[in-house]
Write a protein that binds this ligand. Structure first.
Ligand code: HEC
Ligand code: HEC
Length: 225
């Protein structure tokens, strides 16, 4: 019995990592779901009201809720991610609590037209590069970036629609690092039917260690200046 209790508490500690949504984000999610129950597909502005609590009134993101900015991403990428959440390609891993939270919200959008409408509204906001929060060896990051990442994400990390590789410059550094680690650890992109996520999943294994991953992200951030 004692050992069982110990085992359970170890498991609880293992679960209470940065991937488990806290009380305030659970509350915001519940409110968004309620708002979306009454939404119609056509009105992007009205739909976005359910997103603003987490992603900000102007799509600027909210670090306290682990929600990235949406204004530094291209519309085709936002749309594809929302469809990925809806079809269950993204946000399915039990260790990916925030991905799961976003999956439920995306699935509550009335239909795929609603996805288009809300992304259309987000595209009307102004891009606003996120503030830096990470330090790293930018020069070393630049070398790794140009050898391993630039071919898809572009020399200025501006993204490449043909390859479906999103812009990275300007997106929050903590979010990029977290998503990179999720690809590396198989929390995102592990499923082969997730064509683009799977591709990036393989790339997640190419950086030798955490320090170098930070260097690369710090370099990407320097490109947004
Ligand atoms: C309860 C907070 C919350 C609400 C409400 C919410 N989101 Fe999110 N959203 C998140 C979080 C947290 C993530 C990051 C998920 C992860 O870590 O994989 C996210 C991720 C996303 C992404 C992926 C961005 C990327 O670059 O990977 C898109 C697109 C998105 N949300 C759009 C929306 C839209 C549109 C709405 C409104 C219909 C919405 N979200 C409502 C919390 C929220
Ligand atoms: C073969 C092309 C390719 C290469 C090379 C590549 N990526 Fe990606 N990356 C992608 C694609 C495609 C996606 C979108 C995945 C998806 O749809 O889930 C992506 C997504 C990402 C994301 C998530 C962004 C977000 O907002 O959700 C990060 C972070 C990232 N890549 C970092 C890197 C880094 C760092 C490198 C170099 C070590 C790299 N990528 C190399 C194709 C590539």
């Amino acid at each position: 019995m004692k050992r069982l209790v110990l085992l359970l508490s170890v498991m609880l500690v293992a679960c209470s990592n940065d991937n488990a949504p806290d009380v305030s984000s659970e509350k915001a999610a519940a409110e968004a779901l309620q708002a979306l129950q009454h939404s119609t597909a056509a009105d992007g502005k009205a739909l976005y009201a359910a997103c603003a609590a987490c992603h900000g009134a102007e799509g600027e993101g909210n670090a306290a809720l682990n929600a990235p900015s949406l204004v530094n991403q291209q519309d085709w990428y936002l749309e594809r991610q929302l469809l990925g959440f809806r079809s269950g390609l993204r946000g399915n891993d039990p260790k990916d609590g925030y991905g799961a939270q976003m999956q439920v919200i995306a699935k509550t959008l009335p239909d795929d037209n609603a996805v288009k409408a809300v992304v259309g509204h987000i595209a009307s906001f102004k891009a606003k590069p996120a503030a830096k929060t990470l330090e790293g060896n930018v020069k070393r990051g630049a070398d790794y970036y140009s050898n391993l990442c630039g071919a898809c994400h572009g020399p200025a990390a501006e993204g490449n629609e043909k390859l479906q590789a999103p812009a990275l410059a300007g997106v929050e550094d903590w979010y990029l690092l977290k998503q990179f680690n999720h690809f590396r650890d198989g929390l995102r992109g592990a499923d082969e039917s997730d064509r683009y996520g799977y591709q990036m999943g393989m790339m997640g294994k190419t950086l030798p260690d955490d320090e170098i991953a930070k260097d690369v992200i710090a370099y990407i951030q320097s490109l947004a200046d």
